[in-house]
Design a protein around this ligand. Sequence first.
Ligand code: NDP
Length: 497
Amino acid sequence: MTDLDRTREATPVPKDWTYAPAPESRDIVRLEDRYGHYVGGEWLEPTETYETISPATEEPLAQVGQATAREVDLAVRSARDAFENGWSEISPSARAKYLFRIARIIQERTREFAVLESLNGGKPIKESRDVDLPLSAAHFFYYAGWADKLEYAFPNQRPKPVGVAGQIIPWNFPLLMLAWKVAPALAAGNTVVLKPAETTPLTALLFCDVVRQAELPPGVVNIVTGDGRVGAEIVKADGVDKIAFTGSTEVGKAIQSELAGSGKRLTLELGGKAANIIFDDAALDQAIEGIVNGIYFNQGHVCCAGSRLLVQESIYEPVVDKLKRRLSTLRVGDPLDKNTDVGAINSRQQLEKIQELVATGQDEGAEIYQPPCRLPEQGYWFVPTVFTNVAQSHRIAQEEIFGPVLSVLTFRTPEEAVEKANNTPFGLSAGIWTEKGSRILWMAERMRAGVVWANTFNRFDPTSPFGGYKESGFGREGGRHGLEPYLTFDGEGRHDA
Ligand code: NDP
């Protein structure tokens, strides 16, 4: 018997090739029992609180403040005071210095933030660690660079800050959405009052500690927590000059009508129903990875998710076969496990919404496929799902499901693909998969979508503007364009947007 034979005998071939658990430790996160609001650089003891949980286990994590009208008012006053008495006057290079500090501290505390994001929001740790956190830091670095170059970004227009920005963010990318909003606002010389989503307040509250560590002057960043009522208070607050909102189209519309005629500025980043279009000359395996990333990344809780797949008819069967095979390899489970691909649904309410829309898909005649998958008993979970045989009129082809659910449709010609892709009330993003550069350009020109990805999907970069058409909202975040909503220009009054 050779040495190799002896080794083989001593190491039996495993019968099961599934991954062993690889959980990230929670020890790095130190949770308080109770959190207040961060106002004027200090913690304000909340009048009312609610419990925030982990959606993967339903385990209570902490008590968090539910801000009252008075607490929102204190936050707005503190932001106004900081704006008028210092922040808008300090040198732009000093503002840049604070933003660089914040960026570096986020980088240093990445693991802590990533674990907390996955714990409170349910997203897989490999996504919070490799996407949310690096991009959040990158946004602060990027806008730090612009802070002392506004005169060059907008030559001959004498850019000035707008004042106090009220910022309302959703639960799908809690820290990243905070970074998208806070970094350009501060770089342009504004102060902010921000409300994180009710279900995911914890990374925004940890961010207050970053602000403290960076020695940002008190009142420049104020964070109040609670449900939608707190958002509504911020929207109507007299001392707020601009509202930046990311969330559902329904709430976006309500905010828009509330603000009509008020003179307050508004940017809305709302829902989407993106088409991922795959032509018969595309590199299929690469496209399948892009489709999977497009819809199952972050459990499909992504406004620009590729939730409709448009497949050229001639390759329909191989695409659907490969997709189903790939789906069966996705690992659904503990968000803190480094091998997890699909984590927990963010809340019971969101789970019910997904279940309801999936049931309508079946009722309307679409064919459902879900790979065999054992879900944890506690918490909120949904199996990655594909619908085939989908008609354009089905609700699952028109409405934002915001879950791990893909609707597959077919097309024959590029013209038909364009028509179907544009046939929704939304216009946030789209994806095109083809080997032909000329076809990419032809298609991109005709897409009513703010972002068009070619042979990739869900790629983000702070230098690139992001935003929608139609019911996906207006205004751009990211890039030089992302500064504009936070600035007034020569000849403009403070309130005329
Ligand atoms: P919402 O639009 O309700 O939430 C977004 C933010 O707005 C949250 O901070 C929310 O607070 C706040 N808010 C709620 N009501 C008001 C109001 N009247 N005035 C001001 N602020 C308010 O989204 P949901 O969380 O209810 O999700 C519902 C659906 O919206 C999802 O299923 C999905 O389709 C879509 N959505 C889209 C997002 C996107 O990125 N485009 C992000 C999130 C959701 P609170 O958390 O307490 O409700």
